[in-house]
Design a protein around this ligand. Sequence first.
Ligand code: TYM
Length: 400
Amino acid sequence: MEPSTETNKEEEEQVVTPWEVAGKDGGKIDYDKLIDRFGCQRIDQSLIQRVERLTSLPAHAFLRRGVFFAHRDLTEVLDGYEKGEKFYLYTGRGPSSEALHLGHLIPFMFTKYLQDAFKVPLVIQLTDDEKFLWKNLTIDECQRLARENAKDIIACGFDISKTFIFSDFNYVGGAFYRNMVEVAKRVTYNQAVGIFGFTGEDHIGKVSFPPVQAVPSFPSSFPHLFSGKENLRCLIPCAIDQDPYFRMTRDVAPRIGYHKPALIESLFFPALQGETGKMSASDPNSAIYVTDSAKDIKNKVNRHAFSGGQDSVEKHRQLGANLEVDIPVKYLSFFLEDDAELEHIKEEYGAGRMLTGEVKQRLVQVLTELVERHRAARANVTEEMVDAFMAVRPLPHMFD
Ligand code: TYM
């Protein structure tokens, strides 16, 4: 366990920080409690319909199905958009491993939809410094992983004329650093301990990091993009584990003359073993990676995906599957695009007319297709493309 989260654990029983996600007594995450504790809002049907009206597009499945379930100030961003005021998107990745797992893809797939639907610019932060500070990796290794992860991110299909990807080690300085220091001066050590759970044993590198993730929320951190547009609003898609960084940012923003960034936040894509938190990087069998082969996917799903089906076929036909705890159905509800087919599977499986093996077989197909598509897209990403996305340059067509 990270020593830095112990205080949170005692007080709150379930732990959700950028570094640890664990349900109470090893159980499920209680997202209602989390919304209350963090002070965000639930995304309701009327907000989803408003997004559809404003974009003239059906809402992304992640929005329709409640994967992105919470927000902060999304209404304000949409109010402005309706009046013709654009905004920009900001998301990121901490490059701590060679390959992304399916959970990591979720915010990027959703951000791609938002970029296309609203026709807005996007900045993507690669926190290679964060991973050096938190993990047992060298700076060189973190920088290498940042570039490797950038390839996976580019493979999600972002528009190069609207997207700037940067690594902290390469980009921090100038206007970005000025904003970092403005933020740092306004957060006390006690506040940082309260928000992030740091202890006296944590090195000061960790304590001083949060402003780095905070300031991409301010347009003035990117003079080559937003010079003269300092009033632009920022919308951040991420899973809810990143919320502490942005609670801190939102607290400071008005005090230094900036808008509070808005957020749109997702649930966690669960581990194969069950819905008790995020997937674990240290257990390769807990997650499907974008580098997994068709055979790996089949083995992992068949051997490790927690089933809500009954022990014997007779009992299953009689009682049906418990869909609440069933991982194959949970995974399909993220990645099976066809709403009608998903409903059909839930109905048949829940009533015991469909068996776990059949649901798993369909899931293996869906995930294999998704991973194969990603692999093919990534294979087409060249070093030159990475350089082009990461070049500090103006984006003259970013709002077209
Ligand atoms: P990282 O690399 O841990 O995660 C990258 C993104 O993936 C989300 N995520 C998940 N989403 C759904 N299900 C999961 N199981 C799951 N695991 C991770 C994370 O919330 C994140 O959106 N410090 C950050 C990097 C960062 C960032 C940002 C993220 C810098 N600026 C702005 C979001 C927004 C990190 O280490 O993410």
